[in-house]
Design a protein around this ligand. Structure first.
Ligand code: ATP
Length: 194
């Protein structure tokens, strides 16, 4: 199965673009959502997180996100331990999921496609971009947060230039209609290449 990685900085519009691929009948895997689901429900993942971070990682069976966040925030060693548990489990689940899909290719949407190393499992990579000021305004409106909070999250991610250097193509998401046209063009190219 051909795997198309879809990534982009915060507020670039990855989820918006992913919906357009889904509308064309393409199976979309949302890595962020699936990682959250594994952390919440996968017995092996839960056991390993508790072994690494203590029983407090779960409260009444529920993942204690705030507790883990304050441990891994600004502590790259602890973050690497958490990622070392979640990323391999997610990669394994993605492989199983892929086998069940019947669309001509699948899209793997991931905010940290490059940072996590999972871009290596993709046959083709799309980066979604947009002007920084537009992206910041979108996230402030969506998440009801401040510009400083958005910039802090941006600072933890790769830059557009780094992402684009390792991508096959770029979708410029400013005007939605033109972004949709770009999705269709890429979709037909991908279908022809199969
Ligand atoms: P994150 O990495 O933060 O999850 P994302 O890259 O998935 O973000 P989206 O959630 O798709 O981005 O888009 C961010 C916000 O901007 C959303 O509220 C979305 O509706 C809006 N948005 C996305 N693309 C456009 C567009 N072309 N025109 C107007 N609004 C847009």
């Amino acid at each position: 199965m051909m795997v198309v990685g879809l990534t982009g900085g915060i507020g670039s519009g990855k989820s918006t673009i992913a919906k357009e691929f889904a509308a064309l009948g393409i199976a979309v895997f949302n890595s962020d959502e699936q990682a959250k689901a594994l952390i919440a429900n996968n017995a092996q993942v839960k056991k390993r997180i508790m072994a690494a971070f203590g029983e407090e990682a779960y409260q009444n069976e529920e993942y204690n996100r705030a507790y883990i966040a304050q441990i891994v925030f600004n502590n790259s060693e602890k973050l690497a331990i958490l990622n070392g548990i979640v990323h391999p489990a997610l990669a394994k689940y993605f492989k199983q999921w892929t086998k069940k899909q019947t669309s001509p290719y699948v899209v793997k949407e991931a905010a940290i496609l490059f940072e996590s190393g999972s871009y290596k499992d993709c046959n083709y990579i799309i980066t979604v971009t947009g002007p920084e000021e537009v992206r910041i305004a979108r996230v402030m409106a969506r998440d009801h947060c401040t510009e400083a909070q958005v910039r802090a999250r941006m600072a933890q991610q790769w830059s557009d230039a780094q992402r684009i250097a390792l991508s096959n193509t770029v979708i410029e998401n400013i005007d939605l209609e033109s972004a949709k046209e770009q999705v269709k063009r890429i979709h037909f190219q991908l279908c022809q290449s199969l």
